[in-house]
Ligand binder design. Structure first.
Ligand code: IPM
Ligand code: MG
Length: 389
């Protein structure tokens, strides 16, 4: 037994060393890059796998359309990045192949299609999720996920911490013995303060006056307790904002409570709760296929769908009917993040028209609805019509 404990302690020591090194890097990190000041802003496009390439193509088309003048003037450059497929990742045994990572690092912002995450029992080696790896490699610490259902008064923006919590060393837990497995959960001061600040700044800039902190600090006392305390400290710098805190279980219930839920505006959560709650939230809007997300760091930002690569749709021959709305929403977030707010607003408005108002075409995920390409064209036509007004 002593030997097994020693093995686990050695692993724990490694994890602690790495995390303390990460803290030092966070202390030294620079402020946000000002994308407006760049001569050429490089947009990387990674199709991913499964339905990824199909839905990403539509998002890229609309982006190229909206940025055509800037591409022509050399102010924006698109770069296709291949090789982030499950086959390639399995072949090199890495979440992100080295050459792909190098290409990603040469971009400023990235539009990324869903990538398959292997799990135990799959034919693939059990490599780490490409999204999780990319969030860590590029230090994309904030996962911003908006959910809107105008007809029901729902307008939520989730700020999910994206590099810590149960995900920080999620692939590196320890089987201490055949009977005992232990995972790690990490909260740092720097990691929590930066997500909290971003969420409160967002609230302030966007006229939101209510921020909810969501944890399970009554049970996960150390890491969630620290997260909650630090968020409450940061809140003091934002006197105009009403702040409350909720436990994740009751918050999950309250999102279904029609009377209560319209009161929520901005929510801050540790990684795992943010993962779960945003899937639930997206369901009210029409499912995960309709929700985009921004993974924001100080140097890089990556925009993606909140869902996976839907291998079942591909296996059933339905990939061409995949819903591109999640990636189109992600594209709008990309535009907003790089300071092209007017164009972002055009795309957001077009999406609202196509998804909620006019609804000339509908996506059902099968041949009872339109194809992904047809919906993409519908959105582009709508953008064009709005631009002419
Ligand atoms: C998400 C996804 C990922 C996550 C998976 C694919 C690893 O569910 O972006 O929410 O858990 O973060
Ligand atoms: Mg998720």
């Amino acid at each position: 037994m002593r030997e097994q404990i020693a093995g686990a302690v050695a692993q724990f020591e490694k994890v602690l060393t790495e995390q303390l090194e990460r803290v030092e890097r966070m202390k030294a990190e620079q402020d946000f890059v000002d994308y407006g000041s760049l001569d050429t802003l490089v947009v990387g496009v990674c199709g991913g796998d499964g339905i990824g390439p199909t839905i990403t193509a539509e998002a890229e088309r609309v982006l190229r359309f909206l940025l055509a003048d800037e591409v022509a003037a050399g102010r924006v450059e698109f770069r296709e990045i291949d090789g982030l497929t499950i086959e390639r990742r399995a072949e090199v045994g890495k979440a992100i192949p080295d050459d792909v990572l190098e290409e990603l690092r040469a971009c400023h912002v990235i539009l990324k299609g869903p990538t398959t995450t292997p799990r135990a029992g799959d034919p693939w080696p059990n490599i780490e999720s490409a999204n999780v790896a990319m969030r860590k490699e590029l230090d994309l610490f904030a996962n911003m996920r908006p959910v809107k259902v105008p007809a029901e008064g729902i307008d939520w923006t989730f700020f999910r911490e994206n590099t810590e919590g149960s995900y920080a060393v999620g692939s590196r837990g320890v089987h201490v013995t055949d009977d005992l497995a232990v995972d790690f959960c990490v909260t740092t001061t720097q990691g929590t303060e930066r997500i909290a600040r971003l969420a409160f700044d967002y609230a302030k800039k966007n006229g939101k006056d209510h921020v909810s902190i969501v944890t399970k600090a009554n049970v996960i006392k150390t890491t969630d307790g620290k997260f909650l305390n630090l968020c409450q400290q940061i809140a003091k710098d934002y006197p105009g904002i009403r702040v409350d805190d909720w436990y994740i279980d009751i918050m999950t219930a309250k999102l279904v409570d029609r009377k209560r839920r319209t009161d929520f505006q901005v929510l801050i959560l540790p990684n795992l709760y943010g993962d779960i709650l945003t899937d639930e939230a997206a369901e009210f809007q029409g499912g995960v296929g309709t929700a985009g997300s921004a993974n924001i760091g100080k140097r890089y930002a990556m925009f993606e769908a909140i869902h996976g690569s839907a291998p079942r749709m591909v296996a059933e021959g339905r990939a061409q009917y995949a819903d591109p709305c999640s990636m189109l929403r992600a594209a709008a977030m990309l535009l907003r993040h790089i300071g092209r707010g007017e164009r972002a607003a055009l795309l957001e408005r077009a999406l609202d028209i196509c998804m909620f108002e006019e609804r000339r075409l509908t996506i059902t995920g099968r041949d009872t609805g339109c194809t992904c390409e047809e919906f993409g064209a519908y959105v582009r036509e709508t953008v064009e019509a709005l631009a002419k007004k």
